[in-house]
Design a protein around this ligand. Structure first.
Ligand code: GLN
Length: 198
């Protein structure tokens, strides 16, 4: 696909690891575009919802009228990657909270509940179909309590899903953008069909 236009990857830029994800998108061969308003969703080929504080991201997304437009684009097939708070943002249920956010990924998560004493930690994880494991950085990560039947679990830590996929939606409880490992960003760009690296 030499000469084909690069995939434009929108990064939801309300709060959190926006710059880090944009850097990863560029390194993985895409073009990052910050998304703050519904109009910013036009023309993007994929979307990243970064880690940060899910309550802050959700509050701002509601304020800017982004919830329905985001849900519509994701439900109509936009390749999407949510990391940590982004995973919470995508989930259909959040334990102890009456209102989940986008409800586009069939799973229930509990905030700040993953890992011993809910701490931040790093480890190496095996990922389904990958020859080499991934170095995963967990920061007050969500615990995946249950997943729906169509949700594929691509990686687990201590028996709990930490990387999942359902169709066009990928979610990680950890932070790939805090490492130099581009494989998840490349996977997202690959899902757009505009993968220049073939
Ligand atoms: N604890 C955060 C939340 O619940 C998520 C942490 C993160 O994204 N690093 O929103």
């Amino acid at each position: 696909m030499t000469g084909a236009p690069a995939a434009v990857v929108g990064v939801l830029a309300l709060q959190g690891d926006v710059r880090e994800h944009s850097r990863m998108v560029a390194a993985a061969g895409g073009v990052a575009a910050e998304v703050r308003l519904p109009a910013d969703l036009e023309g993007i080929d994929a979307l990243i919802i970064p880690g940060g504080e899910s309550t802050a991201i959700a509050r701002l997304a509601r304020l800017y009228g982004l919830i329905d437009p985001l849900r519509r684009r994701i439900e109509s097939g936009l390749p999407t990657l949510g990391t940590c708070a982004g995973m919470i943002f995508l989930a259909s249920g959040v334990t102890g909270e009456s209102q989940p956010v986008l409800e586009v990924l069939d799973m229930v998560v509990e905030r700040n509940a993953f890992g011993r004493q809910n701490e931040s930690f790093e480890c190496s994880l095996a990922v389904d179909g990958w020859e080499e494991g991934i170095h995963a950085v967990f920061i007050r990560a969500p615990l995946v309590e249950s997943t729906g039947p169509e949700v594929e679990v691509l990686a687990e830590h201590e028996g709990r899903p930490v990387l999942v996929r359902k169709g066009n939606v990928l979610a990680a409880a950890f932070h790939p953008e805090l490492t130099d490992d581009l494989r998840l960003h490349r996977m997202l760009i690959g899902m757009t069909g505009k993968d220049r690296e073939g």
